[in-house]
Each structure stands twice: as C-alpha cells, then as structure tokens.
Design a protein around this ligand. Structure first.
Ligand code: HEC
Ligand code: HEC
Ligand code: HEC
Length: 144
C-alpha cells in the first residue's frame, strides 16, 4: 500500500486550513445577504415594496401584468400576494400562485433582474421568524 509522504500531508493540512479560514472570513464580510437575518430587510411588505413606481418607471403589478396580457387586477385585487389567490389557488386553471411567482423571478437566472439585482433571496417575499422558526409570506396593500 502506498503511504502519503509527510511533506504532502503538510501541504494538504495547509490547504484545508486556508479553505476553513477563508470561508469564515467570507461569512464575516457579510457577503451572505439574507434579508432580515444578516442584513436589514429592505422589503418588509414584499411584492409592493419592489413593484412600485421608482426611478420614473412603473413596476406596479397592475401595470406589469397588464403589459404581459394578464387579466386586469386593478379592481379585484386589494393586497398582494393574498389577493392573487382568488384565481391562483393550487389546481386552478390560472396556475398555482407559488409556481407562477417563483418561475418569473428565477427563470433565465443569468439575465433575470430579480436574481442579478436582488440576490435571488427567498426572504424578499418570505419571512423567517427566528424565534419560532416559522416561515410566512409577506403581504402589502395595493399601490394602484
Ligand atoms: C426584491 C424585489 C422584488 C420583490 C419583493 C418581488 N418582485 Fe416581482 N419582480 C422583481 C423583478 C426585478 C422582476 C423582473 C424579473 C425579470 O427580469 O424579468 C420581477 C418580475 C415579476 C413579475 C413578472 C412581470 C412581467 O413583466 O411579466 C411578476 C408577475 C411579479 N414579479 C410578481 C411579484 C409578486 C406577486 C411578488 C410578491 C409575492 C413579487 N413579485 C415580489 C422584483 C421583485
Ligand atoms: C381574475 C383572476 C386573476 C387574478 C385576480 C390574478 N390572476 Fe394571474 N392569471 C390569471 C389567468 C387566467 C392566467 C393565465 C393566463 C394564460 O395562461 O394565458 C394568469 C397568469 C398569471 C401569470 C403567468 C403569465 C404571465 O402573465 O406572466 C402570472 C405570473 C400571474 N398570473 C400572476 C398574478 C399575480 C401576481 C396576481 C396578483 C397580483 C394575479 N396573477 C392575479 C388570472 C388571474
Ligand atoms: C418573488 C416572491 C417569492 C420569492 C423570491 C420566493 N417565493 Fe416562495 N412563495 C411565493 C408565493 C407568492 C407563494 C405562495 C403563497 C401562498 O400560496 O399563499 C410561495 C410559496 C412557497 C412555498 C409553499 C409551497 C406550497 O406548496 O405550499 C415554498 C416551500 C416556497 N415558497 C419556497 C421558496 C424558496 C425556497 C424560495 C427561494 C429559493 C422562494 N420560495 C422564493 C413567493 C416567493
């Protein structure tokens, strides 16, 4: 059986120590951005905190969905995302809300602005209560 030479073992130990130390400092540098956990939650009301009029652009859900040929939600939906469930229940013809919403935010990840600009963080829409461990969905009143 071939024995590992002491010199090689030393090199391996040094490499492992380097990986351990660099991963600790990576976390400490705060590069792991988890909204409401390691960094401030910039979108406590979920959908409507991003989907609003900003920088001269109208990103409101009422406007964006209309532009995509979606049925008009202006009068029927009063809060997001709960109001969307009226049509988007699991098994409904319109498609389950979780699937519809997850898909638009994560598809084509190299170009999707949600992934590239917002870290693709689940906690933009979901909220984790560290005291109880429960995960809930954020909600906000309509802005249209
Ligand atoms: C942190 C910001 C952020 C939050 C919170 C957010 N979105 Fe988005 N959303 C985006 C971005 C950025 C895109 C554009 C993705 C792309 O490049 O196509 C998007 C795209 C969409 C689209 C597709 C629009 C279109 O033009 O077809 C819908 C629908 C949508 N979001 C609904 C929602 C709903 C519902 C919620 C809440 C459950 C939500 N979003 C929460 C940032 C956000
Ligand atoms: C009045 C019923 C109704 C309401 C309310 C509704 N939807 Fe829809 N939605 C539909 C139907 C019907 C389709 C399927 C359209 C198709 O397949 O061509 C759809 C498709 C979608 C799609 C996929 C196609 C697309 O346009 O990108 C997304 C995403 C979506 N809805 C998001 C939402 C969100 C977010 C809300 C709440 C703000 C919402 N919907 C509220 C009926 C509704
Ligand atoms: C843009 C907003 C948004 C983001 C980002 C997002 N979710 Fe969701 N998620 C939703 C919505 C809306 C629902 C449906 C809520 C409802 O039905 O009441 C949902 C539902 C879920 C559910 C419940 C599914 C079920 O069958 O009941 C799970 C699990 C989940 N999300 C996991 C994730 C994970 C993991 C990530 C990150 C990789 C993520 N979500 C990112 C909006 C989002």
């Amino acid at each position: 059986m071939k024995r590992i030479r002491p010199g090689l073992l030393t090199v391996l130990v040094i490499v492992c120590m380097f990986i351990a130390v660099s991963s600790v400092s990576w976390a400490q540098q705060g590069q792991l951005k988890l909204s409401g956990i390691t960094v401030k939650d910039e979108h406590p009301n979920g959908c409507v905190d991003c989907h609003k009029v900003a920088g001269g652009n109208d990103y409101r859900l009422s406007t964006e969905l209309k532009a995509a040929g979606h049925p008009d939600i202006t009068k029927v939906v009063n809060s997001a995302p709960d109001g969307c469930l009226m049509c988007h229940k699991t098994g409904a013809k319109a498609g389950a809300l979780n699937q519809r919403v997850h898909k638009v935010h994560f598809q084509n990840p190299t170009q999707n602005a949600f992934v590239t600009n917002y870290n693709g963080d689940c906690l933009n829409c979901h909220k984790l209560d560290l005291a109880t461990g429960s995960m809930t969905i954020k909600s906000g009143a309509k802005n249209w």
